[in-house]
Design a protein around this ligand. Structure first.
Ligand SMILES: [Zn+2]
Length: 251
């Protein structure tokens, strides 16, 4: 036999005893129809269940959606007995409640449209959620944080360093320092080896906060210390030896 028509499948998914013996046999052996019923069933389940019990991957539609669906159905199908709008109460009448036999005929006209509308709606909302999740995944993640503590002579100074990594592996460090900048000096940000035997300059810190690229090959395990120095305009590119704050990204 050919596939069971969509309207009958929708009613079956809603729990109506609409299948004859041949259709029940067909449903047991036809993956296409079985898949359609499972999909419709999940929509029905989601629509009927209190929000807390809805399947995790189905998203409750925003308020007013049932009213809009009803309006559309009344416009297109002339349905006189569209379901009551879903209220905020968990014990409200479900929009797809089991019908009385007497109105089954009327409901047959618009239930498949309602299920189709709900399916489109749920897929649309779920798509939006997935899109937002994709957006989140595109955001950078924090891979290391260090509190920066004042060195002797800089009591009261403080700061923070946060290393971010974007999905393509690019790393940046955001360094913020709270300490006065004496006239005629500037700040420079460095990464140091734990024993101060080596250092890498990340750049000048202009203002209280700066964002610096970390070289791709740089292993933060080798250079875990974040150091902010006070530098003078003396033409010497080396570390002045006057550190303001320092912190350990591996701590
Ligand atoms: Zn089939």
């Amino acid at each position: 036999m050919s596939h069971i028509d969509d309207e009958t499948l929708a009613l079956h998914a809603l729990g109506e005893p609409v299948l004859d013996a041949a259709q029940r046999d067909h449903l047991r052996t036809c993956p296409t129809c079985a898949t359609a019923v499972r999909g419709l069933g999940r929509v029905v389940e989601g629509a009927r269940a209190p929000a807390a019990a809805a399947p995790a991957d189905l998203v409750a539609p925003p308020p007013g959606v049932w009213a809009r669906v009803r309006e559309e159905l009344e416009d297109t199908a002339g349905a006189a007995d569209a379901p009551a709008a879903q209220s905020e109460s968990s014990e409200s009448t479900a929009p797809a409640a089991r019908p009385e036999p007497s109105d089954l005929r009327a409901r047959r006209r618009w239930l498949p449209a309602l299920v189709a509308a709900c399916t489109a709606l749920v897929l649309g909302v779920a798509g939006g959620v997935l899109w937002e999740r994709r957006g989140d995944e595109g955001a950078e993640t924090t891979v290391a944080v260090a509190e920066l503590d004042a060195l002797p002579g800089w009591q009261g100074a403080s700061g923070e360093a946060v290393v971010h990594e974007s999905p393509d592996g690019r790393r940046q460090i955001v360094v913020s320092v709270d300490a006065p900048v004496p006239e005629g000096t500037y700040r420079e940000v460095w990464l140091l080896r734990p024993d101060i035997s080596g250092l890498v300059s990340l750049g000048m810190l202009d203002g209280d906060q700066g964002r610096f690229d970390l070289p791709a090959g740089l292993d933060l395990a080798d250079y875990p210390l974040v150091d902010v120095s006070e530098e003078h305009f003396d033409g010497d590119p080396a570390h002045s030896g006057e550190s303001v704050v320092r912190g350990d990204l591996s701590a």
